[in-house]
Ligand binder design. Structure first.
Ligand code: PLP
Length: 399
């Protein structure tokens, strides 16, 4: 009943969709224009140049009127042929969903995983760690006939709050001189965690609008490499809507082969202005600082952080493991009802065992102090015994 007539702002602290800044909402309120007219061409060229800076690439970036899942499919459909073998790594729910998709598209997937469960939490170890590049290297070395066509990894696993070292994966592929393409899902990493498309020589990167870019859901991206474009000319999986060739060709003039999401592109234009004016190093540092503060809070509570390896803590979100016997979703529900705050649910193998605090995009120190306060009150009301005050620890971290 407390929430029957909510007042003030809802706290959207899930790890995407993230809150959309007023500046972006206003930019999207402009009238929709002719997507074949000259004004649109200028907008198209601007957003295509800006998004290259965000991916840190000189090469084309395809923008789709689709959610991230569409861009996942685009990456595979453009580069693979029926029956091709792809190597994927189980880091959490999103890696699992991408692997299922690859199977449905008719690819042979090898899904490698760190074995075992964690003694402290009972959770699968693979869901508490990043990609182990040594396992990839070992598998590729054994593939002397070069049957494996692609290595697919998730940069920031949104279901766990664990990042993966993409440069290390690139080194693993290079060290055995394997020709497999490197495909990276940076749907929740881009514009929050450092992502370097050209430097890491990623062939296809996949991203979406509703996370670090601070836009509503609805557009997604494929950042390409010259090699990916070359491979796409002979790859045999059926593709039409997703096909890069026509998109890249029409993008040269700032246009698309079909009707683009004009108003989301207005929003993207505004988001690019905001992010590039700040500079990517500042954007990344801001996320690292928030993440360190939230981890200090979770540690003060005495609860385990889902990510068990400090080298790969996510700057985007933090997974909080609840004590055995405490249903994390019941805690989330209580917090939603009492404090009008949304937190991320535990997905797949960690359902009910953890919740996720998003700290990305349009937030600040005080948003997060309030977020942690809401979690702390909710945990206490749910009967969880806390070792200390996370709010206090967070305020100390921030000051
Ligand atoms: N991959 C990752 C890492 C994600 O976080 C998400 C969505 O949260 C997806 C893929 C799927 O994207 P979408 O829900 O936009 O289709």
């Amino acid at each position: 009943t407390l929430n029957q007539h909510p007042s003030g702002r809802h706290f959207l602290q899930i790890p995407g969709p993230s809150p959309v800044p007023d500046r972006i909402l206003r930019a999207m309120c402009l009238p929709t224009i002719d997507h074949r007219g000259p004004e649109f061409g200028r907008l198209g060229l601007k957003v295509l140049a800006g998004i290259q800076q965000i991916f840190q690439t000189q090469h084309p970036v395809a923008i789709y009127p689709a959610s991230g899942t569409g861009a996942w499919e685009a990456a595979l459909a453009n580069t693979m042929s029926p029956g091709d073998r792809v190597l994927m790594v189980e880091t959490g729910q999103f890696a699992t969903l991408w692997q299922k998709m690859a199977t449905r598209l008719g690819l042979q997937t090898e899904f490698i995983s760190e074995p075992g469960t964690c003694a402290e939490t009972g959770l699968p170890l693979a869901w508490r760690r990043g990609v182990n590049a040594a396992l990839i290297e070992e598998r590729l070395r054994a593939d002397a006939g070069h049957q494996i066509r692609a290595v697919c990894v998730v940069h920031n696993e949104t279901s766990t709050g664990v990042t993966s070292d993409i440069a290390a994966v690139r080194r693993a592929i290079d060290s055995v001189k394997h020709p497999a393409l490197l495909m990276v899902d940076t749907i929740s990493g881009l514009a929050s965690a450092d992502y370097r498309h050209d430097e890491w020589r990623v062939d296809v990167a996949i991203s979406g609008s509703q996370k670090g870019l601070m836009l509503p859901p609805g557009i997604s991206f494929n950042a390409l490499s010259p090699r990916a474009l070359e491979v796409s000319k002979t790859a045999k999986l059926p593709k039409s809507f997703w096909a890069w060739d026509e998109i890249v060709e029409m993008n040269k003039g700032g246009y698309w082969p079909y009707t683009p999401s004009t108003n989301l592109l207005y929003g993207l234009h505004e988001a690019l202005d905001m992010l590039l004016a700040q500079g990517l190093p500042t954007v990344f540092a801001r996320h690292q600082r928030w993440a360190a503060g939230v981890r200090a809070a979770v540690t003060a509570w005495g609860l385990p952080i889902q990510c068990a390896d400090p080298a790969v803590y996510s700057p985007v979100l933090t997974g909080v493991v609840t004590p055995a016997g405490v249903d994390a979703d019941a805690v989330r529900k209580l917090i939603h009802t009492r404090y009008d705050m949304s937190l991320g649910t535990g997905l797949g193998k960690v359902k009910g065992r953890m919740f996720r605090i998003g700290h990305l995009g349009d937030c600040n120190d005080l948003t997060l102090v309030a977020t942690v306060a809401g979690c702390e009150m909710g945990l206490k009301q749910a009967g969880v015994k806390l070792a200390g005050s996370g709010v206090q620890a967070l305020m100390e971290a921030f000051t």
